[in-house]
Design a protein around this ligand. Sequence first.
Ligand code: GDP
Ligand code: MN
Length: 346
Amino acid sequence: DLTGEPEGILYRADQGYGLGAEGTSRINATLLSLVRNEEIDGIVQAMQDLERTWNSKFNYPWTFFNDVPFTEEFKKRTQAETKAECRYELIPKEHWDIPTWIDEEIFQESARILQENQIQYGAMKSYHQMCRWNSGLFYKHPALEHIQFYWRVEPKVHFFCDVDYDVFRYMGDHNKTYGFTINLYDAPESIPTLWPETVKFLAAHPEYVHDNNAMNWLTDKERRLDHYQKANGYSTCHFWSNFEIADMSVWRSQAYEDYFNHLDRAGGFFYERWGDAPVHSIALGLFEDASKIHWFRDIGYQHIPYFNCPNSPKCRGCVAGRFTDGEAWLMKEDCRPNWFKYVGMG
Ligand code: GDP
Ligand code: MN
């Protein structure tokens, strides 16, 4: 059953749970968005959806990040969409700049090959920088130093369902560290050496692998052998990270720090087009207790061209159970069945 509400939703705003007198029972969390000034219309629309369906009941702060300063117009129009505090943060140069060990000529040549292989954004420098920042740097920003949970939001995404409980509190109370809505296959051409580098890392650090890992989800070859082969041993299944509700302690762990540094040095954020989604997902599948990963089946969500759309009277604007409104071949990009097969519905 890919639709419907989670069993035993305990925390409802209308019962007062999570809504202290002065909002004092909010937990240590923020909505988080990396966004460009030019994307103001898209982020305002996404904010309207999330404020209407959820945040107006809880008033978690929004933290916006940008590699250039936000304009006054951006600040004014976003703050106007919420009663909660909005914070506007500049990314430090040393978190955004291409690392010194990346060779510009190799990068240019790789970008050309990626483009030939029709890898979207392969030749767009800032896209590589964005993927690297989302993989291993965002949670190191001083503005997040004392914050534990975040909910990542991108411009133009949609939220369809009223959610009446505090999802951050749900995460904490149920010992969850990572929440997702959509699980997908990736383009293997964007990550040919990500798995081989991971295997090298594991050879040096077998102690980081969790007993209750999701290795068999990461290495499934039954459903799409072509992906498994082109990605050199990785199914390419990943949590679609434009939506993430997560505990930054995972990324702040020694295992993830060492893993990210290994990948960063290997160069694939630039010489290939490693996304933060497969990087986060592989780390979670190896180093995290799989029972701490939660599918938010009740959060109706769309990032073009995919949906998570529950069958519930609380949802408006999406078709229950529909995965995509794009071309038919996109149907086979859904990797949720694998997650349920190997790990369960938890
Ligand atoms: P896609 O979802 O893979 O198509 O990539 P997007 O274009 O949506 O980018 C992912 C996220 O990063 C979105 O929240 C963008 O607003 C943000 N983003 C991408 N590139 C940049 C950039 O150069 N600067 C800033 N400030 N945000 C960016
Ligand atoms: Mn996007």
